[in-house]
Design a protein around this ligand. Structure first.
Ligand code: PGA
Length: 256
């Protein structure tokens, strides 16, 4: 049975105390769900205290960001090796990192490799902007971001990677964001799956592919049933515990 992943990306919201209260509320209602992997990405400073509070059978933690060197003179950075034993996953290449913090495919590629080296599963985010979509560049952008992000990932390590398709124009923080239609997502999912197959052959079939962009309890069911989609990466709605739980419940119902 393929797993369904429900990932909450809290971005730069909820301080340590608020995170802990949220988690308490979530754990009270969250049952072990066979086939559904629930993951939360709090701010870096909240990761360690939350790691003491979680029950890993029901919920795992993801880092939102890290630096790709394991240690050294990099003032202000947090290495992924420092997150070992705390986070099981790490988001890499989120569009906010690409466009606000100017992360390049080269940086992203090194981060993917660093996560794998440290036994933390990278969730590699890719997705086109509004103008790239308008100019018909979606296919090229997705291909370039996949090749860029995965160029150091061997066939053997491929099973340690998750891909998240997040069209930038559908992310709630993007100005004028609009909802992606399931057909649009399905078309991009096909492009991504084809490209992964071209890069890795049959081994690529098992790679989990998530969708992210303004997911909420009303549209999550439709997004989860798009063929080739294995879960959701949720920003805004994951900050509301009731909404996040509703989405997890939906995922339990559509588990394949
Ligand atoms: P959103 O964010 O659900 O608020 O659109 C998704 C993301 O940025 O990962």
């Amino acid at each position: 049975m393929a797993k369904t992943y429900i990932v909450g990306n809290w971005k730069m919201n909820l301080n340590v105390g608020e995170s802990s209260i949220y988690l308490h509320k979530l754990l009270k209602r969250l049952k072990i769900a066979r086939g559904v992997e629930v993951i939360i990405a709090p701010t870096t400073i909240a990761l360690q205290p939350l790691s003491l509070q979680i029950d890993r059978k029901r919920l795992k933690l993801a880092a939102q960001n890290f630096y790709y060197q394991d240690f050294g003179a990099y003032t202000g950075e947090t290495s992924i090796s420092a997150l070992k034993g705390i986070a099981d996953y790490a988001i890499v290449g989120h569009s906010e990192r690409r466009y606000i913090f100017k992360e390049t495919d080269k940086d992203i590629n090194k981060k993917v490799a660093a996560a794998i080296r440290n036994n933390i599963t990278p969730i590699l985010c890719i997705g086109e902007t509004e103008s790239e979509k308008i100019f018909g560049e979606t296919k090229d952008v997705l291909r370039d971001q996949l090749i860029g992000g995965l160029s150091e990932v061997s066939l053997e390590d491929l099973k340690k990677v998750i891909i998240a398709y997040e069209p930038v124009w559908a992310i709630s923080s993007t100005k004028g964001a609009r909802l992606a239609a399931p057909d649009d997502i399905a078309a991009s999912v096909n492009i991504i799956r084809e490209q992964l197959k071209a890069l890795y052959g049959k081994a690529a079939e098992g790679i989990p592919l998530l969708y992210g962009g303004s997911v909420n309890p009303s549209n999550a069911g439709a997004y989860l049933t798009i063929p080739g989609v294995n879960g959701l990466l949720i920003g805004g709605s994951s900050l509301i515990a009731d909404h996040f739980i509703d989405i997890i419940d939906l995922a339990k119902r559509v588990v394949r």
